[in-house]
Design a protein around this ligand. Structure first.
Ligand SMILES: Nc1ncnc2c1ncn2[C@@H]1O[C@H](COP(=O)(O)OP(=O)(O)OP(=O)(O)O)[C@@H](O)[C@H]1O
Ligand SMILES: [Mg+2]
Length: 337
């Protein structure tokens, strides 16, 4: 179990102090895939680097399986770090070494015999689906394959925890999916606790059990993924769940006479009844979808959508009246498009 207690990190700069993390308190149970999500600069990388003490917290504590990491001697800390490994957005492979030698590297540092290390590295290349790339060099691989090698390397020292800092941010959607399913497989088969750092809600939704939302160096929300999606309480959570949802908007009372654009926010409406289609089928009113950023989670729809309503005010109002009573949907008029 990872317990982060009253953790703060301040960077002292020439022109003042940057409070990157402020009083973070989180508990990450064993075997979980735990997401930490936030916008750029929220403090995600700093937090993950504090977990394995690559970065020293200014105050507070990181307790892993009962041991406060900041109290360890440098030698003990090095040994402990083999149990908490990390993968990165840019893979960080050694380009002059073959894939096999990359995977062997942490075992070399740990003093594992060369033959044993190579045997295990070959097994790990198999685990990550690249048995025939052992002799290849990283430059000869695709991004997704490089990340697989990085995952094999991270597994080499039998870690208990795998930290992933934007591990799929440099990959296309299909490759992202395949890497995420490999991470899920590793979590389930090997029982490794995974901490996923990301700015993408889609990543959290794909594999995380719980999520903490980081905003301006603070945890502003924490909970089961579905709960956060269904009832985002803070503006930061709403921005991530429904991008665009934070723009200026007016109440329906101030309906403009000839520009009826509305924003719908879906907080768990049923996906079995697509709204725009059922509006047309049940009322005969046709609307155009200006933008949509929705996603399905357990047969519920989350996200937001912009619709242009008919010019006729009465008809537009009828459309709004229809949408307003649908479960899990809120509606507001939008200005300034
Ligand atoms: N070594 C450092 N020295 C000074 N300031 C730093 C240092 N590392 C991070 N910061 C500052 O701490 C804040 C949080 O940075 P961090 O890299 O943790 O954000 P992030 O959430 O990972 O962002 P991104 O999504 O862009 O990777 C930022 O204001 C950043 O400028
Ligand atoms: Mg970062």
């Amino acid at each position: 179990m990872i317990e982060i207690k009253h953790l703060s990190k301040t960077f002292q700069m020439k022109d003042g102090a940057v409070e990157a993390l402020q009083d973070i308190n989180l508990t990450i149970p064993d075997g979980m895939i735990y997401g930490i999500i936030g916008m750029s600069g929220a403090g995600k990388s700093t937090l993950v680097r504090c977990i394995n003490l690559l970065e020293r917290p200014t105050s507070g504590s990181v307790v892993i399986d009962g041991t406060a990491m900041e109290t360890l001697s440098p030698a003990d800390l090095r040994a402990r770090r083999r149990e908490i490994t990390m993968i990165f957005q840019q893979f960080n492979l050694l380009m002059q070494r073959s894939c096999l030698k990359n995977v062997c590297f942490p075992m070399e540092l740990a003093g594992v015999k060369k033959a044993d290390a190579e045997k295990r590295a070959r097994e790990l290349m198999q685990t990550v689906g690249l048995p025939d790339k052992a002799e290849a060099y990283p430059a000869q691989l695709s991004g997704g394959q490089r990340q697989r090698v990085a995952i094999a390397r991270a597994l080499a020292t039998n870690p208990k925890v795998l930290l992933c800092d934007e591990a799929t941010s440099a990959l296309d959607p299909d490759t992202t999916r395949s890497i995420l399913s490999l991470i899920r497989e590793i979590n389930q088969k090997l029982g490794i606790t995974v901490v996923v750092i990301t700015h993408q809600m889609s990543v959290v939704e794909a594999i995380c059990d719980r999520v903490a939302i980081l905003d301006g160096g603070r945890v502003v929300e924490e909970g089961a993924v579905q709960e956060i999606f269904a009832r985002p309480k803070t503006a930061a959570a709403r921005r991530l769940v429904a991008p665009g949802g934070g723009k200026a908007s007016r109440e329906l009372a101030s309906f403009a006479p000839d520009d009826h654009v509305i924003r719908l926010t879906f907080n768990g409406s049923s996906t079995s009844k697509p709204l725009v289609a059922s509006l047309a089928a049940e009322t005969g009113i046709l609307v155009s979808v200006l933008s949509a950023d929705t996603r399905d989670l357990n047969d519920q729809c989350f996200g937001s959508m912009m619709l242009r309503l008919p010019r006729d005010v009465a008809e537009a109002r009828r459309a709004v009246d229809y949408i307003k009573v649908q479960p899990g949907v809120t509606v507001e008029e939008v200005t300034g498009l």
